[in-house]
Design a protein around this ligand. Structure first.
Ligand code: V47
Length: 371
């Protein structure tokens, strides 16, 4: 039986089988195909070459120290201006309480990211890291996106190396992949004019990698961007990975419109999300991992995404509630999933569920239910 009725997909499959790098035009053709099952099969082939049947998950919590932010990103429903109802900044005790609960519930990672808040001194962030580290040395602190690091450097008038070194000294272990959004102009300026630009985001990633830490990378899709914007984004990440090599995971983030300035948009369809994951897996040949972030995709689609190139489902449980960054496409902002539930999702899809730490080391521990 023929692999696909789409001749372009057949040509690209030949390149993939030969281990050849895919081009801009290839990626555009992959997005354009109507042969979704064949696209999925191709991405799955690459995913299985890299990881076999293994699908990773980790037990983590999100800590969003403040939601006060001046960036005013059009896609964001999380931020507040200082005087808006619901604006908050956690004090140290509140953050430590959340971390303590996370540790008791089995978390190995704290994912820390928040608004660009000009009312806080730099010491707020270093003290946050060092207190968390001294109380809970077993917790991996994955903290601050490249956009936050850029804000620290500008606002506190420090050079990049100083920012990175001081955060590492305080306890920073790695950085999450947020803030990448869409790199290409003019789209980037239309959705997040007050964030650092693409070159700066990529350059800072290279600097963090050079300092010895791993970081992640994301792409926010399904809003006003074009397919060419997405492909450009993937190729820029691939080029940066060739240079600095420290990205460990790519996470396509499905735009969730409610409560944002783009609430009139529908958000991406299921087919679009599966295509985006598959094309990401095929284009990012130098990234080890592609994450299906179930909080944004929904549990059901994330499960299917495992057959479209994703090999990771992210964490089991995140901080919930309307005012955290962890709003979810799941009903009632349901951002919790027990260990047993995530394992069952993975196994039902035909994969082996492996708990990992942040750096993708396999964790062998008795199955516990972190409900
Ligand atoms: O940069 C904001 C996105 C990102 C919305 O590194 C939205 O392991 C959808 O980066 N709809 C932050 N997405 C989250 C993030 C992340 C998440 C999970 C794992 C990791 C990791 C990183 O969330 C932002 C932005 O791209 N975002 N608003 C929205 N309405």
């Amino acid at each position: 039986m023929q692999f696909s009725h789409d001749p372009k997909l057949i040509d690209i499959a030949v390149k993939v089988n030969a281990g050849d790098r895919l081009s801009f035009a290839d990626a555009v053709a992959l997005f354009a195909t109507d042969d979704l099952p064949a696209l999925g099969k191709l991405a799955d082939l690459v995913r299985r070459q890299k990881h076999g049947r293994v699908t990773y998950f980790n037990v983590n919590r999100h800590l969003n120290p403040t939601n006060i932010c001046y960036a005013d990103c059009k896609f964001c429903g999380f931020y507040r201006t200082p005087r808006q109802p619901g604006a908050y900044t956690h004090n140290l005790e509140e953050s430590l309480t959340l971390a303590g609960r996370a540790v008791r519930e089995g978390a190995t990672e704290l994912h820390i990211t928040g608004g660009l808040n000009t009312k806080l001194p730099f010491s707020y962030f270093t003290e946050l890291l060092s207190s968390l580290k001294s109380h809970y040395p077993q917790l991996h602190l994955k903290a601050f996106t490249m956009v936050e690091l850029d804000h620290f450097a500008h606002f506190y008038k420090m050079d990049d190396a100083e920012v990175i070194q001081q955060l590492i000294q305080a306890g920073l272990d790695s950085c999450p992949g947020g803030g990448a959004e869409i790199f290409r102009e003019p789209t980037r300026s239309m959705i997040c004019a007050h964030k650092c630009d693409a070159d700066r985001w990529l350059d800072l990633s290279g600097k963090v990698h050079a300092a010895g830490l791993r970081t992640n990378a994301t792409m926010l899709y399904g809003h006003i961007e074009s397919i060419e914007d997405r492909v450009d984004h993937l190729i820029r990440l691939r080029d940066q990975q060739d240079k600095s090599g420290g990205f460990q995971c790519f996470i396509p983030l499905a735009f969730y419109p409610p409560d944002t300035q783009l609430a009139h948009l529908p958000g991406p369809s299921g087919v679009d999300s599966l295509k985006t994951i598959a094309v990401s897996r095929l284009m990012l040949d130098n990234f080890d991992h592609v994450k299906a972030y179930w909080v944004m995709l929904g549990k059901r689609l994330a499960q299917i995404a495992l057959h479209y190139g994703a090999n990771d489902l992210d964490g089991t449980i995140t901080e919930g509630g309307e005012l955290t960054e962890s709003y979810s496409v799941e009903s009632n902002n349901e951002v919790k999933m027990s260990n047993n539930e995530i394992i069952a999702l993975i196994e039902e899809a035909g994969f082996e569920a492996v708990e990992r730490d942040t750096l993708y080391n396999r964790l062998e521990r008795p199955s516990v239910s972190f409900a």
